[in-house]
Design a protein around this ligand. Sequence first.
Ligand SMILES: [Zn+2]
Ligand SMILES: [Zn+2]
Length: 488
Amino acid sequence: MLTQRLRSMSLLPHALRGSQRVITFAVRKPLIATVEQQQPLLRSFSNDYFISTKTHNKNKIIYASFQCKRLFATVPSNNSSSTFRTMAFYKFHDLKKDDLPIFRQQLLDDLGKWGIVGRIYISTEGINAQLSCPEKHIDQLRRYCQETLKPTVGELMDLNLGTEPEAGERAFRALHVRIRKQLVADGLDPASYDLKNRPSHLSPARWHEKLSNYKQKHGKDPILIDMRNHYESEIGYFEGAIRPNVDTFRGSIDAMNEICKNIPKDQEIFMYCTGGIRCTKAGAILQSASGFETVHLVEGGITAYGRWVRDREQKQDNYKKQPASLFRGKNFTFDKRLGEDITDEVLGKCHICGQPSSRYQNCAHASCNLLMLCCSNCASQFLNTCGRMDCYDTVHDFKQKTTDHHYFKPDGPIMIDGVRAFVKQGEHGEERVVVGKTGVKCEHQYHRRVRAVEVLGEPGNILKEWVKAGRELPPVANATATSSSSSS
Ligand SMILES: [Zn+2]
Ligand SMILES: [Zn+2]
């Protein structure tokens, strides 16, 4: 019925034609009597589409508007088989602005057919991709990069696979290709630097060796700059790195210029980031705009270094002759995982209880969204919220009203008393399930520039708020989970 209705409005053929294209449209029609009756219809339709609905009850007729996005029928969302690998690649390469829409469509069509999900940015600067690819299609993707993409963007680096040794769940829900002004926004006049002035790309092994021997060779510590944001370097970093307290790449560039201000231009500068793209740009800026002779970066960033450390440990088995990883802790990633472990060290602190934790989460209340460190114990106790009573109560009350604990159904959103669970897209395209009230505009839609400490105070403070309000803390979710350590 819904399908027919959409077809009769000539919306569906359009939707089907643009195979993997994200389409959104709204239908505002008297539909059927109740929301309950509506659900099965949506479900039948949502095998292929993710649909979010808004209903308006006016004069006892339910009006519904739909927003729908094509998902991949080949990757049913209830398929929990762990067969995906997360990876990235990027390339700075001059592309023509007019060619971008066609390129975008080509990527959606070509990668969509293998069930690849993730986020790709294209711009006149080139391409930057973060993907989850079914393991069985990785060779095809590799060939695709070498054969099909090469004529458009030039020679690509090899796929920068995540450091997890095994295939896992996909880290993204759908495939998005977005056209952007820049691959990495720097706030500079593009004429002021030259991206073709490429910094030195060291293999992880060379990077490790050069950094390890620097002091012995030069009698001083190397200038090593972490080109990431504060929340990234809070949970993991290279030993001895300068970690600027910044929120954006622009901030990193300013910090880099400040650090390098009084350094002789012939001194080597080392820098690193998650996968290498930010340093490729920052290094080019430092070389072309500031005149530094040699900027080194680790090819493939922390991710590639982490993979190298892991492979080397496996090869060496028990007799370790070489020093361990120069990187400590966790590599923050912009996907569902929010990070990958490089070493076992836990460098962060849970913002609710103050115990060691490098686990990031965004508050599950849609209109809060605060990014914070939260240990898994507090996460389950406070239902993935930031721990403030408002956020906790909204999510808690909503979950109480649902019959089972699966309060989010992938095949259609559930709404109870105006509160619903839905998929929310983050600043970088990452998607997650949140709970919120419809129609309630976010007072403070927190993004990564808002620091948890500004909202929650110091770690542990929020627990005092509960005491002050005379409230008992939420029950600890599962007694069986208390024995093991809490901290990852
Ligand atoms: Zn905690
Ligand atoms: Zn919150």
